[in-house]
Design a protein around this ligand. Structure first.
Ligand code: GUN
Length: 301
């Protein structure tokens, strides 16, 4: 049976590094601050935003959430974003997606200061990633790379298949994995809903990343023996589990795939904890780079 890619342990290791960086920022009178904008009452967004607030609180990072009604106008949102861009106490800004269909989502993302775009969704940051330049990268792909690295998995030269081409996971992840240098140099194939012979392609993967958004989509017959499988999906199952908790599953049929794979990330406890920890890491990096923050050791008598 496959070894577990333990996202809780890898996230705890990252949080330890972050705590030290946050302490150094405190010496410079800076508390990193993440502001989330949530428009309407999408139930999944509510869960995600709460998880991000909790992760910030645990590490002493400030977080604020602007919960706006679904009828909020584009002009009002643009004004809020401009206000947050100009506020030196705010280091990271997240527009929680999806926004109601009446709003111009792409234009609003582009209104965020790229230096505060800790989601890495701004066209400038997406462009920088494509060019291999430094910039913010979306937290889930960063978390996946870190989860693999924590367990000693080297991706260079390996055949990686990414199932899914979303802006949040598939596309940025494929970019990171295929670029030159650390955590890259992989041979990457992106599959999607129009891919023919999907099972044949996914079976050839040494590392298989499932980010399709469909519960238990990846079955054992789609996985090569000894593959490393990363499950990015998160879905609620009907009923409640032990302790009254929600029952969750991923994009992978865990039990049957775990009997075939060499390593597998579980749901919950795999990619999820890495995503929120990496989002806090992006916010800390934004604070470290903020123009108003005194350089280490300097600025004060
Ligand atoms: N909706 C689902 N995932 C995300 C995310 O990572 N960032 C934002 N802004 N919205 C999301």
């Amino acid at each position: 049976v496959a070894q577990i890619l333990d996202g809780r342990a890898a996230a705890a290791a990252l949080r330890k590094e972050l705590a030290a960086r946050i302490a150094r920022l405190a010496e410079r009178d800076c508390t990193p601050c993440l502001t989330m904008i949530r428009v309407g009452e999408d139930p999944a967004s509510l869960v995600y935003v709460r998880a991000k607030e909790r992760a910030c609180r645990k590490l002493g990072v400030r977080s604020t959430t602007l919960a706006l009604p679904p009828e909020t106008s584009a002009a009002a949102l643009r004004a809020e974003i401009a206000r947050l861009n100009a506020d030196p106490a705010v280091h990271g800004i997240i527009l929680q997606l999806p926004v109601p269909e009446t709003l111009p989502q792409e234009e609003l993302i582009a209104a965020i200061d790229p230096g505060k775009d800790v989601d890495g969704f701004h066209p400038v940051n997406v462009g920088r990633l494509c060019l291999g330049q430094p910039g913010f990268v979306s937290a889930t792909p960063l978390g996946i790379l870190r989860l693999l690295r924590h367990h000693g998995v080297v991706v260079a030269g390996r055949r990686v298949v990414v199932l899914g081409r979303s802006r949040i996971v598939g596309r940025p992840l494929a970019n990171l994995l295929s670029r030159q240098g650390a955590d890259g140099d992989a041979t990457v194939t992106i599959c999607h809903s129009r891919t023919r012979d999907l099972a044949e392609i996914s079976r050839a993967a040494e590392i298989l990343i499932a980010a399709v958004g469909r519960p238990r989509f990846v079955t054992a017959e789609m996985v090569g023996a000894g593959a490393i499988v990363v499950d990015v999906g998160i879905h609620s199952l009907p009923g409640v589990g032990p302790g009254g908790k929600r029952r969750l599953c991923g994009d992978v049929a865990f039990d049957e795939v775990a009997r075939r794979a060499a390593m597998i990330s579980p749901v919950p406890g795999g990619v999820g904890p890495m995503t929120v920890a990496c989002l806090v890491a992006n916010t800390v990096a934004a604070a470290e780079a903020a123009p108003g923050v005194a350089p280490p050791g300097g600025g004060r008598a």
